[in-house]
Design a protein around this ligand. Structure first.
Ligand code: HEC
Length: 263
């Protein structure tokens, strides 16, 4: 080991060429007890830290599996599409009038571009040799501003989202009524009649036992709609449901009456 140590060159700050510092030590063996070889001593320590982090992550993923949220439901009008938390601040930025609409280019490219571009160019923009944060007020100030801004934007986005969820979730005011927002839970013991089982096209969206899927649960549809209304929906469609799935009027009537009887 000792022999190789002599050949090692202390590089130091990667932004400063070694040749420009005449008094740099040619070897770390000039500092006995104060330095250590990169291989294997230093690397081993790094690996040990990495192993601890990795095991920590593994334990977290096993003990807290990421939850699968509800199935995508096109009828849920209260659904609020939100980006993951680490993108919330960018999402929030686009809500401000000066970064949206006509100015959206500022919001999607301008501000993030300048911020991330500056991060990438930092080694060239800030060539000072000072390392201490307190001696680099501009760099430190910008970084702190960015951190505060990201924290504030994430917080506000989350706050506003919670607000919206509460509004549409209950109290009956403003948003859609809860009944429409959350379709009745499917009754797994419910068995549909042969009249329904014959309608493969309906089952594709409403399920083999009307438990719902792409379309809403119909297991208690009779308590909301009568046969005439149901027949009308089958003939003319509704929302994302296509019209004219059944051509035969008598067949529509029979199915509508059966559905209307479900209460
Ligand atoms: C492409 C998927 C699709 C198919 C196929 C489909 N539906 Fe629907 N259905 C929907 C959707 C989506 C809605 C909700 C429409 C809305 O409320 O905007 C719906 C709504 C309904 C409703 C009204 C439910 C309510 O609570 O207002 C009835 C009744 C219904 N469908 C019956 C049928 C029948 C009978 C068939 C077969 C002829 C059928 N659907 C085929 C998707 C489908």
């Amino acid at each position: 080991m000792a022999k190789q140590d002599k050949d090692a060159t202390f590089v130091g700050d990667s932004r400063v060429s070694a040749k420009r510092i005449p008094n740099i030590s040619p070897s770390y063996s000039d500092f006995p007890g104060k330095t250590e070889p990169f291989w294997p001593n230093f690397l081993l320590k790094e690996w040990m830290v990495a192993a601890v982090c990795l095991v920590g992550f593994l334990i977290l993923t096993v003990s807290h599996p990421s939850p699968l949220t509800d199935k995508a439901n096109p009828n849920d009008t209260s659904f609020l599409p939100l980006p993951d938390w680490y993108f919330l601040f960018l999402y929030q930025l686009l809500k401000y009038p000066w970064a949206a609409g006509d100015w959206v280019v500022i919001g999607i490219i301008g501000i993030p571009g300048i911020a991330f571009g500056a991060l990438m160019l930092a080694p060239w923009l800030d060539t000072g040799k000072e390392r201490r944060p307190s001696k680099r007020p501009v760099a430190t100030g910008l970084m702190l501003t960015a951190l505060v801004a990201i924290f504030y934007l994430t917080w506000t986005a989350n706050d506003q989202a919670n607000h919206l969820k509460h509004k549409s979730g209950g109290e009956g005011g403003g948003g859609t009524p809860p009944a429409a927002a959350a379709p009745a839970p499917a009754d797994s013991s419910f068995k549909a009649d042969a009249v329904w089982k014959a309608q493969a096209s309906c089952m594709g969206c409403h399920g083999g036992n009307m438990e719902g899927g792409m379309g809403p649960n119909l297991q208690k549809i009779g308590s909301e709609l009568d046969a005439t209304q149901i027949a009308d929906i089958i003939k003319n469609g509704k929302g994302a449901m296509p019209p004219k799935l059944i051509k035969d009027d008598a067949e529509i009537q029979k199915l509508a009456e059966y559905l209307a009887s479900l209460k």
